[in-house]
Write a protein that binds this ligand. Structure first.
Ligand code: IVH
Length: 668
């Protein structure tokens, strides 16, 4: 046997033993024998780098270092699930599904509490692994994922040439405890819970450290749907034959259910039995089994209609309320915070919990010194959910919401219809000023590394900056003069600021921190208006014409651009040269009969789901708009479009296309 053949046969053998150990839980050789085979492979590979293979079993021990993970586009967007905590809601969902698809059957699965991952396989080998990110694009963490033993690097049996499998990477309890013990011994901070630990581990630069931490993975979603089976359960079964660790019937990780009673039985079983699982689950996912039924049901903007998650009730403990303090956010909103007698809850010690606003304090009928119930749900931030009135001390005092800002002493205001109190000293209340800058430099916005929140607060305190635009006029001499700032860190800060000039427009817009303009809304506005200048000019009506942008958002955006203070910030950004308009990508440059057209989609369609239709419009350079106006180019009218919409389109002279017209127009 030649060297190449020897290497290949060792790899095959190690892949097989890896599968037997980590997936089938039925090893046939000892750990020692396995290590010997691996050593032999490693020494042959290092002597013959010409036969290197990114999917060799030797990559399981890691070694690759990633400085920063590339952001890459998902082939299929990564949606989330709608959640419910009540069985009545599950029943209602089933009724809705059965009304639309009477023959639908259901599959129940565990809802793994870990980090979602999408893994691509081409010709049977792992080629890419991407985190969820914002659902459209995520981080390429392939190097780290290759170290997870239960994720196959090479598939067995039959498989499609090119497909993606999704699932959840989890940190098993044993590995979590082990790691935290080691960290405590080394004087390092510990991870709050296994999910945070899995997520932190996957972002490590050193893949050998990832390899040593013992992550595990369960895979449950093959894409494109239908590529290996017409049903979800079938797909899971076939994925198992390819060597994936999938939920199995035998341990009740997956079960076919025909009735609500069977579903409830599955839920109650796991609500009790989850404490014995070696990893965390936070609920049960119920899915419609057949892909054609799934297609009929389609999606909402955020999640599929063919699945729902039942979340287990959060763990609850009781403790005492010692004090209420108040935090000022970047928008000036005041959040009361319960300072609690420290209590152990769901893997961490809880000392504080948000009380949201004064209404919530009144609703809870909360007094200082009360014995309170605290819960931790899916969210990491704990909540005070109730008071044990029997335990209230005779001298317990009522909580009086503060009247003045705890930071700048400005009188607080509560606007009509709003639950939150606000400090209106927008310009000089320190946490508001630094909060806006911290938001601007945050990862989801401009991602300016090298500056943390403490640095921002220091700069604001020293009066060197007062808004995001000021960042761009910071100089080396100015920063090096500050106590504790070394040459290297000053250079890093300045470099990070310069690099932010390349960040795309939609993130600049998000970074401005306009109320109600989160990352998704910013993306929509950026795409629709194309530039900050066009958006700044837009009327409220122009803004509400954008698909799914309502009046509340439009009012905030409109007023943002009419403030003189904000004009100062924007001017500074223009001078600095940050991206204030969309850079046309190859795809959006495709010329088509609908390039630039503003299109309203209404009704139900045969060939497309509404989301598919909207995606197609965007792909061909059109813009989806929410309501018909004089500026609308086309209305694509499906089954059930209301007569008022048809009349409006006709009276404004907007062309109406049927689904068939649309297909013909684009030659689809
Ligand atoms: S199916 C279109 N099945 O929970 C979304 N998701 O809160 C299809 N998750 O995004 C997802 N266990 O990251 C599905 N058995 C399971 C799951 C599961 C955990 C995660 C997943 C999802 C999130 C939603």
């Amino acid at each position: 046997m030649g060297i190449k053949e020897k290497i290949e046969s060792l790899r095959d053998e190690l892949h097989k033993h890896n599968r037997k150990y980590y997936i089938e839980d039925a090893p046939v050789i000892s750990d020692y024998e396995f290590d010997m085979l691996l050593k032999e492979l490693e020494s042959l590979e290092s002597a013959h780098p010409e036969y290197a293979d990114a999917n060799s079993p030797s990559v399981r021990v890691g070694g690759g270092i990633t400085k920063s993970f590339n952001t890459v586009q998902h082939h299929y967007s990564m949606l989330s699930l709608s959640n419910s905590y009540s069985l009545e809601e599950i029943q209602e969902w089933i009724t809705r599904v059965q009304k639309k698809v009477p023959e639908a059957t259901f599959v129940c699965e565990l809802k793994y509490d870990g980090v979602a991952i999408g893994i691509r396989y081409e010709n049977g080998v792992l080629t890419q692994a991407i985190t969820r990110g914002d659902g459209t694009q995520g981080d390429d963490i392939t190097v780290n994922v290759r170290t997870i033993r239960s994720i196959p690097l090479k598939l067995t049996g039959e498989f499609p040439k090119d497909f993606e499998i999704r699932g959840e990477i989890v940190m098993p309890h044993a590995a979590f405890k082990n790691l935290n013990n080691k960290r405590t011994a080394a004087g390092l901070s510990t991870f709050a819970n296994p999910r945070n630990c899995a997520s932190g581990t996957l972002k490590l630069q050193d893949s050998s450290e990832v390899a040593s931490r013992g992550l595990d993975a369960y895979l449950y979603h093959v894409l494109p749907e239908g590529v290996i089976s017409p049903s979800h359960r079938g797909a899971i079964f076939v994925a198992g034959t390819m060597g994936f660790k999938v939920p199995l019937k035998k341990n009740r990780f997956i079960e076919e259910c025909e009735s609500i009673d069977q579903i409830i039985d599955f839920i109650s079983h796991w609500d009790a039995a989850r404490k014995d699982l070696p990893f965390d689950i936070d609920g049960i996912v119920i899915k419609v089994d057949s892909y054609s039924a799934q297609q009929d049901l389609g999606f909402t903007a955020k999640s599929p209609r063919w699945a729902i998650a039942y979340k287990f009730k959060a763990e609850r403990v009781s403790t005492f309320l010692n004090e209420v303090t108040y935090q000022v956010g970047r928008t000036g909103a005041i959040t009361p915070v319960a300072n609690l007698e420290p209590v152990w809850l769901g893997g961490t010690t809880v000392k504080r919990a948000s009380l949201h606003n004064n209404d919530q304090i009144e609703l809870l009928n909360l007094y200082l010194g009360d014995s309170v119930f605290v819960e931790k749900g899916g969210e990491i931030i704990p909540k005070v959910v109730g008071v044990d009135l029997d335990k209230r001390a005779a001298d317990a005092t009522e909580i009086r919401f503060i009247k003045e800002c705890p930071e700048c002493a400005t009188t607080l205001v509560r606007k009509d219809g709003e639950a939150q109190h606000y400090c209106l000293n927008i310009e000089s209340c320190p946490p508001q000023v630094s909060g806006r800058i911290e938001h601007y430099i945050s990862r989801k916005a401009m991602d300016i590394t090298g500056i943390g929140s403490e640095t921002v607060q220091l700069f604001v305190e020293k009066g060197i900056i007062s808004h995001p635009g000021d960042l761009y006029s910071l100089t080396f001499d100015q920063l090096i003069a500050l106590e504790g700032f070394k040459k290297k860190s000053v250079q890093n800060i300045l470099e990070g600021i310069v690099q932010s000039k390349e960040v795309p427009f939609e993130r600049v817009l998000f970074g401005l921190g306009i109320r109600h303009v989160g990352a998704t809304v910013a993306k929509k506005l950026a795409k629709y208006f194309g530039s900050m200048f066009a958006l700044a000019e837009a009327s409220i009506e122009d803004i509400t014409a954008v698909d799914s942008i309502g009046e509340a958002i439009a009012l905030e955006v409109h007023s943002y651009f009419r403030s003189e203070k904000n004009a100062v910030v924007l001017d500074a950004l223009v001078v600095a040269g940050v991206q204030l308009e969309i850079v046309q990508t190859e795809q959006s440059r495709i010329e088509s009969p609908i390039t630039g057209a503003k299109i309203v989609v209404s009704g139900v369609f045969e060939r497309f789901s509404r989301n598919e239709l909207k995606d197609t419009i965007e792909k061909y350079g059109g813009q989806n708009v929410g309501s018909i106006s004089g500026k609308t180019t086309y209305v694509v009218a499906g089954e059930g479009i209301g007569p008022s919409k048809m009349n409006k389109a006709e009276s404004l002279g907007v062309s109406i296309l049927s689904e068939q017209d649309f297909i013909e127009l684009l030659n689809l």
